[in-house]
Design a protein around this ligand. Structure first.
Ligand code: DC
Length: 207
C-alpha cells in the first residue's frame, strides 16, 4: 500500500508520516530528506562538479548517508534543496531513488508512507491513499522553529520558509499542488493525535 502525504514546509507531513508508520508498521520515506542530502553534497562539491548535471551524473560515487540529520535540517541546506529541486535531472534522480527504496523493501513492509511535494501528483499518481496537509503560515513557522530547537539548529534564518514555499509552488516541473483524488486535512487547529486519527480513518477505509 502506498500512502502519499504532500504539503508545504511545516505543515506536519513528517510527524504524521512517522505516526502512521508506527501505527501500521509501514516504512516512511521522506523525499524532502533525499533532496536535502543531494543539496548538502552539492553545496560541498568540488569546482568541476558545480554544474548540477555533472554533479548528478557523478552522484553514485558519493555515500549520501554520512551526514547527520541536524545538518540536513539546517536552513542553508533547505534553501539549496529547494533551489536544486527545480532541475529535472535532480527530480528524476530522487524519484528513481524513492521507487528503488519501495521495491527493495516491499517484502519487508506491507505499506509505505511517502511525504513530499509531488508524491501524489507525479511520483505515485496511483497511490492507494493521498493526503494533502494544509496549515496556516503562523502554525507552520511555529512548528519549524520548534523542530529546529529540538534538533539544536540555529533558528535565525527560519523566516525564509515563505521564500522556499513560493519557489516550490511556482516551479515549472512538479510544483506543489493538491493532487487529484487527495483528501485535504487542515492541521492548523488540530493536535497531532487528531490529525493521526483523521488519517487513520481514511486509511482504514482503503485497507
Ligand atoms: O520537505 P522538506 O522541507 O525537507 O524539503 C526540502 C526541499 O526539497 C523543499 O523545499 C523542496 C524540495 N522537495 C521537492 O521539491 N519535492 C519533494 N517531493 C520534496 C522536497
Amino acid at each position: 500500500m502506498i500512502i502519499s502525504i504532500d504539503g508545504s514546509s511545516g505543515s506536519g507531513k513528517g510527524t504524521l508520516a512517522r505516526g502512521l508508520c508506527g501505527m501500521y508498521h509501514f516504512k516512511h520515506i521522506d523525499s524532502g530528506l533525499l533532496y536535502r542530502k543531494v543539496a548538502y553534497y552539492y553545496l560541498h562539491a568540488k569546482e568541476d562538479l558545480k554544474d548540477v548535471h555533472s554533479f548528478i551524473k557523478n552522484i553514485d560515487k558519493i555515500n549520501l548517508d554520512e551526514v547527520s540529520e541536524s545538518i540536513l535540517r539546517s536552513e542553508d541546506v533547505a534553501q539549496k534543496a529547494s533551489e536544486i529541486a527545480v532541475h529535472e535531472i535532480v527530480r528524476n534522480y530522487v524519484n528513481d531513488e524513492i521507487k528503488r527504496l519501495v521495491i527493495d523493501q516491499s517484502s519487508e513492509y506491507k505499506g509505505f508512507v511517502i511525504d513530499g511535494r509531488d508524491i501524489g501528483s507525479v511520483v505515485f499518481p496511483n497511490a492507494d491513499v493521498k493526503l494533502f496537509l494544509h496549515a496556516s503560515e503562523d502554525d507552520r513557522l511555529t512548528r519549524r522553529i520548534q523542530q529546529n530547537i529540538e534538533l539544536k539548529i540555529d533558528t535565525s534564518h527560519v523566516v525564509d520558509l515563505q521564500n522556499r514555499d513560493t519557489r516550490d509552488s511556482t516551479r515549472k516541473i512538479a510544483p506543489l499542488v493538491v493532487p487529484s483524488g487527495s483528501v485535504v486535512i487542515d492541521t492548523s487547529l488540530m493536535s497531532i493525535q487528531e490529525t493521526l486519527s483523521k488519517a487513520k480513518e481514511i486509511i482504514d477505509m482503503n485497507l
